[in-house]
Design a protein around this ligand. Structure first.
Ligand code: RTP
Ligand code: MG
Length: 148
């Protein structure tokens, strides 16, 4: 099973979308194995978005992502990285298809509600920023035999 890192961004928390986002991933069939609420420090934000350092939108991105609490999560499932990105929709919410989280709940590129890892390598890197291995929960769900 593959793991992916998902974050409800500060706008998603402020807009009351935590349960909506968790609910969509849960109903799809992914398994939640780690969860915490925190406000990112500029240092953590810089680690998280290291790939974007130096880009024109970087200062605004860091200031936004540190502007309020976020919900950091690890979800597990077959092809979870790709599947969660599909549920989220593309980066620009105006172009994200209706039915996707960003397509249903966003308008602005810089306020796109949710983050999900873009590859299994990114997922591993991002999970390690936010969670110790012992904070991730190993458990069985009977319903998985109806999902796979
Ligand atoms: P994220 O990492 O936040 O989940 O979003 P993503 O993979 O869909 O997009 P990414 O390319 O990683 O960009 C990170 C965030 O930076 C903002 N952004 N602004 N041209 C722009 O103005 C621009 N490009 C990216 C977005 O808020 C995006 O979520
Ligand atoms: Mg990204």
């Amino acid at each position: 099973m593959e793991r992916t890192f998902v974050m409800v961004k500060p706008d998603g928390v402020q807009r009351g979308l935590i349960a909506e986002i968790i609910g969509r991933l849960e109903k799809k069939g992914y398994k939640l194995i780690g969860l915490k609420m925190l406000t990112l420090t500029p240092e953590t934000a810089a680690l998280h978005y290291a790939e974007h350092a130096g880009k024109p939108f970087y200062p605004g991105l860091i200031s936004f992502i540190t502007s309020g609490p976020v919900v950091a999560m690890v979800w597990e499932g077959k092809n979870a990285v790709k599947g969660v990105r599909t549920l989220m929709g593309i980066t620009n919410p105006t172009e994200a298809i209706p039915g996707s989280i960003r397509g249903d709940y966003g308008i602005d590129m810089g306020r796109n509600v949710v983050h999900g890892s873009d590859s299994p390598v990114s997922a591993q890197r991002e999970i390690a920023i936010y969670f110790k291995e012992e904070e991730l929960v190993d458990y069985q769900r009977d319903m998985d035999k109806w999902i796979y």
